[in-house]
Design a protein around this ligand. Sequence first.
Ligand code: NAD
Length: 303
Amino acid sequence: MSGRTIDGRAAARLLTEGLTAEVTRLQEDGLGVGLATVLVGDGFSSAAYERRLRRLATELGVRYLPRTLPGTATEADLLAVIAELNAAPEVSGILVLRPLPAHIDEATVFRAIDPAKDIEAVHPENAGLLALGVPRFVPSTAASVFHLLDTWLDQAGEDRTDFYHRSLIVVVGRSNNVGKPAISLGYHREATVESVDEWASRTGNLGRHTRRADVLIVAAGRPGLIKAEHVKPGAVVLDVGINPRTGPAGRVHMVGDVDFASVAPRVRAITPVPGGVGPVTDVWLLRNTVTAARPARALVEAS
Ligand code: NAD
């Protein structure tokens, strides 16, 4: 990481090195690691995520078990696939890619995942453990945001505990998969945390909140939502947004929720898109899969 830009790719490379060693250790102990992904339909972003995970799993020597269902699949079809993966000893972690088609109830599907294989902590048991501050798994996106923040603090020579105790963290976006876990992780570091969603924007109050943030975490899925006037000078900004944009030649590229060009000169540190939170999230998902491998296999062996 150098200058103001927090380099997510470099952080992801370091994490990957550590994981490669852990996968080797597991294999030496006779334990396999397997990641199963379930993709329903052909959403652009989820299909791209699935391809990245496939590449990374292969690179790490993690067994990759993709399941693809047509967009017309029923909830019962999907629950049958999850039951099969729950029972498969070669599967350590299960990821159901979002969004699911509207006719499938996400909460029902998440409740069906074996909590011991629920690497994104979407099952109520795991979401509850996270909220209580005793997570079994930390959802990969929020984990990545705080990993980048913690690492940046270390490199900046800041005392983490002191920094969090005196900081206001504002989280823009309150989804179950990103915003809420990020709020929990901020609380667990004993920071003051504020959460805003689209009503802050609709009522014209977004800037009133974001301008007070020492740390601004943005996960709204709105390209360029945060501009220079929304940010306190010297803040640290973590941009979670990944929004596809079609360029003049018809090529699709990704942009964040933060207008990097206007915000970067104002802040102490900022993650870019692409190359910020995204690459770390991918590795963290594999990290959770590796974490799941030991207890999952131990349970199977004991039964
Ligand atoms: P979501 O649609 O489930 O939730 C969006 C949240 O943002 C909601 O709480 C909504 O109220 C809020 N919001 C929407 N418009 C707003 C506005 N104008 N002002 C303030 N708040 C607003 O989305 P999500 O799944 O949480 O994802 C958010 C973004 O993060 C998307 O761009 C997604 O692609 C990206 N994402 C990135 C990663 C990563 O690894 N970097 C991982 C997951 C999601």
